[in-house]
Design a protein around this ligand. Structure first.
Ligand code: GDG
Length: 472
């Protein structure tokens, strides 16, 4: 069945917005934001219309709206973007607090980093109600409501209490933890039972589905593990895995452009190195940046012939900069990079070129292409789109991928490593750099075939078809 909504309208709800409005030199400008959610869902919304409800964070977001907090994107065509406004205390307690200090660490299995403050929970409840009210203002009979991610787990219950017939699906972008991690949240029952009010929930991988079903069982629900169904007082929820894909065709077209090829040559020329290794991460403890630096240190110690010949480029996008722990992490990373560079640096060669700052995706792509090797070594990750993007644009490179990234469930052709095993990662870097071209080609072609088939359009269509099948 082709995905499509016929007479049904889509209301998409996420915490992050696809476009921000900012003050330009002469007028307010609309900026498209980078990230997996926007790249995946903006084209669907452009094609189908509907409403996208999200937190308005842009400095001019509330200057451009009509009286219902709505704006057409982009450029007054396409779909309607409706902004939810959060007060400063809500930003601190709901977003930085509950979402980033409770849901994020617990779902990634870092329980010791969780901060179970009751005021965070109170704010999470309030803001979820705010989102619920914003959806209810728009809701018409037959609308489809599609909620995204860990900021909005309570919304299904809020909506179903007001409108029993609403058709409701959820996509969860980060891992779902095992019961032993999840049970540490003092409000675990409220969170899980609220989510169970959805009709359809999808995760990136089967192991997250399995964890979720086991949590529902522990909560006392009737669970059909074979069919992946949860029964809750007459309500039936279908749970499944649908891995997010990338815009494969879009990447192929882009890397064929002369402008792009020129940027790749420029990078190769600037670095003047035999081999270029690339990594890009948001600053986060889940990304394994410090562990990776330890492996790079070990690599130069174990394979001294490579000193002076391999340059590692590490980009880090700032994140949660107000949080003390993230500031400390940044300092530790700075110190590790400086120590490695100090130890191995030669006349005109520096082992690690390190950049701190976010850049548009288009500026990352030439690095993907120029790099002989990409190091994607998170300690845990829902999916990791950079791994897929690297393979899509690469023609003769190798991907070194953590077995703990969701993407590892699908990219068996990458060299998979345990990011905690420093010596193994160092040896894998050596293996990748020494790999004969034929072996690299075989791995790349197999991966590209998969990425092309299971691209962003497949993901969207498959999600919508599977969701609508719940009502047949
Ligand atoms: C969640 C989950 C899951 C652009 N500039 C930068 C940058 N970009 C683009 C990349 C890529 C995207 O942002 C980041 O992709 P991730 O997969 O890391 O996703 P997140 O949005 O961070 O996080 C993750 C994803 O949702 C989708 O479901 O895969 O597991 O945590 O498209 O090209 N990325 C970075 N720096 C930049 O300057 N790191």
């Amino acid at each position: 069945m082709e995905a499509g909504f016929d007479q049904q309208r889509l209301i998409l709800v996420s915490n992050g917005e696809p476009y921000q409005h900012v003050y330009g030199k002469k007028q307010i400008e609309q900026q498209k934001l980078a990230g997996g959610l926007t790249t995946g869902l903006d084209p669907l919304m452009q094609a189908e219309g509907g409403i996208w409800i999200a937190w308005g964070r842009g400095e001019a977001d509330f200057e451009v709206l009509d009286q219902q907090n709505k704006v057409k994107v982009p450029d007054k065509t396409g779909y309607t973007l409706k902004r939810v406004e959060l007060a400063e205390a809500e930003r601190d307690n709901f977003y930085y607090g509950f979402a980033n200090e409770v849901m994020w660490p617990v779902c990634h299995g870092f329980i010791d980093k969780a901060n179970f403050k009751p005021q965070y929970w109170k704010s999470y409840q309030q803001v979820n109600k705010k989102y619920g009210a914003s959806i209810l203002e728009e809701l018409q009979a037959d609308d489809l409501v599609w909620i995204h991610d860990y900021h909005l787990a309570l919304v299904p219950d809020i909506l179903k209490k007001q409108s029993e017939s609403v058709k409701l699906a959820f996509f969860w972008h980060i891992p779902w933890p095992d019961w032993n991690s999840f049970r540490t949240i003092p409000w675990r029952n409220e969170i899980l039972s609220a989510m169970l009010e959805s009709d359809f929930i999808a995760f990136h991988t089967q192991s997250f589905v399995d964890n979720f079903l086991r949590c529902a069982k522990k909560l006392g629900m009737e669970v059909d593990f074979e069919e992946q169904l949860v029964f809750n007082q007459g309500h039936r929820l279908k749970v499944t895995s649908i891995p997010l894909g990338i815009d494969y065709q879009g990447f192929e077209d882009l890397v064929a452009s002369p402008d792009y090829c020129q940027k790749v040559s420029q990078i190769k020329n600037d670095y003047q190195t035999d081999k270029l290794v690339f990594a890009v991460d948001r600053l986060d403890y889940t990304k394994g940046i410090e562990e990776r630096l330890d492996a790079i240190n070990e690599f130069f110690a174990s394979y001294p012939d490579y000193r002076g010949k391999v340059t590692f480029v590490q980009r880090i996008a700032p994140s949660r900069t107000q949080v003390a722990e993230y500031q400390q992490m940044k300092q530790q990373i700075d110190e590790k990079v400086a120590a490695i560079n100090g130890k191995y640096q030669q006349d005109d060669w520096i082992p690690i070129k390190y950049f701190y700052g976010i850049v548009p995706q288009a500026d990352l792509l030439p690095y993907y292409k120029a790099a002989d090797l990409a190091l994607i070594t998170p300690l845990i990750d829902g999916m990791n789109l950079v791994a897929k993007e690297y393979l899509a644009v690469q023609e003769d490179g190798v991907l070194l991928l953590s077995e703990f990234a969701g993407a590892a469930e699908y990219l068996s052709n990458a060299i998979q490593i345990n990011p905690y095993h420093t010596a193994e990662v160092a040896a894998a870097i050596f293996e990748a750099l020494e790999m004969p071209s034929k072996a690299k080609q075989d791995r790349l072609q197999a991966a590209k075939t998969k990425l092309k088939k299971y691209d962003i359009n497949w993901w969207r269509d498959h999600f919508i078809d599977s969701w609508l099948a719940c009502y047949e």
